[in-house]
Design a protein around this ligand. Sequence first.
Ligand SMILES: [Zn+2]
Length: 168
Amino acid sequence: MDFIFHGATNVALQKTIEQKKETPRVRWQGWWYAFLWGAIADLVPFTVPVVYSIFKGIAFWAGENPEMLQVSQNMYQYTHSLVIFGALFLLVRAITKKWHLPMLGWALHIVMDMPLHAPEYFPTPFLFPLSSWTLPFGISWTTWWIWGSLWIILIGWFVWLKRNKKHD
Ligand SMILES: [Zn+2]
């Protein structure tokens, strides 16, 4: 999905977790912080090439700059790996002695990308670097009805959160 969707999904996820928790959220962890964890897997490999391509008038996604596309594809493996996510999630837990729940948006991003990318265009190597295996099936999220339905579900999630909000 688009990075805004990924970011917003983690905002909804964190709000849902927060409703169940006794302890309030740390002050500096605002909604933008959850958004960042949800979108980071795409922001890291694509922000620089996409912004550069817009200024240069290059069709980046169509492969008009193959070297840059290659670099992005390389970085994509690292940021879309559940193995790398798991290692960092555990590392943060070991250092801080606490589960850093906003990071879960990163894992959710990877899991959503797995079936939502066609096998021939940016498939998601979620086991990288142990294996470069990707799902043999998948429908691109750019298919209009998939994109639209997922956004409707996410908006429904936010509406549900608003209705269930604890009044204190
Ligand atoms: Zn992604």
